[in-house]
Design a protein around this ligand. Structure first.
Ligand SMILES: [Zn+2]
Length: 291
């Protein structure tokens, strides 16, 4: 769904509520607090988002209760427009650009982006299976300088101001990535155990010895980048491809962002990667609101 289609299909608050209720309450409206189906829609429509009363727990709720957009005072057509622009932006979108495109203040644009990234963070890939590649990279600090390697902690020189990120990806499948707090064998094993199914066929990494810690858990194959980059099925090109997407997005729009914003930023890149083959990523996103 592009911006034009979103404006046409969802011109006002009611159209947006109807659409979201059709997704979340497809089998009848339920109370997000107690799960009761005994609800009645409030007759007064003063509230921005249509409210329901629960007969069982006596609370009131709306279609966004319990989601990252709960309690918002921003009109829903505006949220829908930001969703369309964000989901369709391959390299992500700076809050300044978003503010200019939609006539928002920059803090409002950033607030909306962070809420929508929280939706993406709540809808990440489950345990990966099949042939898995794992790797780490360094993001942040100064933008890439020409002819200097960017994937070392110091960008080739000086003290590190980059943040380590670890990731695992299925060949032709989904990715899981996060800030790496601990790149020792113990930290790497901990990440792999939370991201990769023990039934996965094999883990492929570069020569970083920390990844040997997985050998008690699964088969492990190494491509030694000092000698070669591909040896038949043994390569890390898939995860390298994800790193390049992540970095282009970060350095293209987000180089002023702080490390504190990076987890949600990584979640956005991973969510888009994982939904790259969806017929309509916007539909996938609206379902993820209620995941
Ligand atoms: Zn209830």
């Amino acid at each position: 769904m592009n911006l034009h289609e979103v404006f046409t299909r969802f011109p006002d608050q009611k159209a947006c509520i109807d659409h979201l209720e059709a997704i979340r309450f497809a089998n009848g409206a339920y109370c997000p607090l107690c799960g009761s189906m005994e609800n009645v829609r409030r007759s007064n429509l003063k509230s921005r988002v249509g409210r329901w009363n629960c007969h069982d727990c006596k609370s009131s709720f709306n279609v966004l209760s319990g989601t990252p957009l709960s309690g918002t005072h921003i009109p829903l057509p505006r949220w829908f427009a930001v969703m369309a622009l964000m989901v369709n932006a391959k390299k992500s979108l700076s809050s300044h650009q978003l503010a200019r495109d939609l006539g928002l203040t920059q803090p409002t644009a950033l607030y909306m982006q962070e809420r929508l990234r929280a939706v993406m963070a709540s809808d990440q890939a489950g345990m990966l299976a099949g042939i898995i590649e794992a790797d780490e990279t360094y993001v942040g600090g100064r933008p890439r300088k020409q002819n200097k390697r960017d994937d070392s902690p110091t960008g080739g020189q000086g003290k590190s101001d980059k943040t380590p990120v670890i990731g695992a990806v299925e060949r032709d499948g989904k990715v899981v990535a996060k800030i790496a707090d601990d790149m020792t064998g113990k930290g790497v094993l901990n990440f792999i155990q939370t991201a990769v199914s023990p039934a996965a066929q094999i883990l492929v990494t570069d020569e970083n010895k920390a990844y040997r810690a997985v050998r008690g858990m699964m088969a492990h194959s190494v491509i030694n980048h000092r000698y070669e980059y591909v040896n038949g099925p043994v390569h890390t090109n898939t995860i390298e491809g994800f790193w390049s997407l992540l970095k282009r997005a970060w350095y293209g729009s987000h180089h002023k962002y702080t490390v504190g914003r990076m987890p949600l930023f990584i979640a956005e890149a991973a969510w888009k990667y994982n939904h790259r083959k969806d017929g309509c990523a916007w539909d996938s996103f609206t379902r993820a609101l209620f995941a």
